[in-house]
Design a protein around this ligand. Structure first.
Ligand SMILES: [Zn+2]
Length: 121
């Protein structure tokens, strides 16, 4: 017998995990970390093409993972829920990745190739 209520719960969790599952999206989420980042920043940081990043950002926004904030001509993306980063860190921990290496992925340092207000303060 199918328990309707619990299958709804599992679907919700599955939808969330699916939304963050592609490696490109994990890289983007690490890149954003607990801060915020614009497309040009992620382009400089990750080396992906802008159209490719935009496509993932749009999907992440549609899935409720990211929200946006506009400053002038820049649109910044940030996590709707900071716990998402904890979830990804926990998954990395279970996968055997040292905490230090995981933390290093979310360092927000100014990038020379980026002219966003955070890098060009
Ligand atoms: Zn930047």
């Amino acid at each position: 017998m199918v328990n309707i209520k619990s299958s709804r719960i599992e679907k919700k969790i599955s939808r969330l995990l699916k939304a963050i599952q592609p490696t490109a999206r994990l890289r983007i989420l690490f890149g954003i970390g607990q801060g915020e980042a614009c497309v040009c920043h992620l382009e400089a940081l990750l080396g992906y093409r802008q159209a490719y990043i935009s496509q993932h950002l749009m999907a992440l926004r549609k899935d409720g993972i990211l929200e946006t904030r506009r400053i002038g001509r820049f649109i910044f993306y940030r996590l709707t829920n900071p716990k998402l980063l904890e979830l990804i860190h926990r998954a990395g921990d279970i996968a055997g990745i040292p905490e230090k290496e995981l933390k290093a992925l979310t360092q927000m340092e100014p990038l020379n190739q980026c002219d966003c207000p955070h890098c060009n303060g």
